[in-house]
Design a protein around this ligand. Sequence first.
Ligand SMILES: [Zn+2]
Length: 294
Amino acid sequence: MTRHSILPVLLYHSVERGARPEQHGWITAPEVFSEHMAYLAGEGYTTLTVTEYAAMLAEPMTEAPEKTVVITFDDGFADFTEHALPVMAEHGIKSTMYVVTGCVGSTSSWLDSVGEGDRPMLGWSDIDALVEAGVEIGAHTHSHPQLDIINRDTAWEEIRRSRGVLEDRLGREVPSFAYPFGFHGPRIRALVERAGFTSACAVKDALSGPGDDPLAIARVIVPGDTTIGTLTDLLAGRGRPPAWRGERTSTKAFRVARRSAARARSLRAGYGRTPMGGRIAEGGVQPKRPTHGP
Ligand SMILES: [Zn+2]
């Protein structure tokens, strides 16, 4: 892959003031976010939704303009409406927002265990306004579990339900999905495909490009303290690997570690005699905070 054939898929979460340094992995100040968007517009970047990009990935003969970027948001934090949407609309920048359907109009309850469970989430009327403004809405499960360490039936229900809820409520097809924390694997990827999604975003902290897997698109988290200099490096592909297909050994090893940690917690919680997967979701026993932010 040549350098100009990379295509960064950026991942933001919350755009809000007052983030502490330890929250910089997932909270970007509105001023910083505005700078990023103004930079992209000023440099003449073309933006695509994930569905538009996935269509290009599926069609190898199609080539994106050299300066193309995909901007994604995970979770559906309510601050998007005030701090992200207006500045993107001003610059004509497209984006895809992945929503946790069980938290719409409520709070970030999956973050209870790390003391962040009361952050307001977008309501349905907010989401309607996003659709109206041209933001693509994608699914991000119903309750934001670590899909790759829970049992298959629970994972399937989380994936299927998030699509069904969004399609029923929005009255349109929802073809794109994002794995919570980026965690996936062949088993979960297959369920996402079976649910009818034609694209899915992972994390990988690598640059996407031709040859990337439409059902595990590589994204790069943009930390809240990202300067324009760092953003420029990122967009140019400096310091980040190109995307790969499949899983690395370290990813598999990490899943084994998360699974056994979750099992140990479920044993302590008295769930020892049943498979721990579904119990984590049902019993509210929260896994250790993953490394990829919310
Ligand atoms: Zn998320």
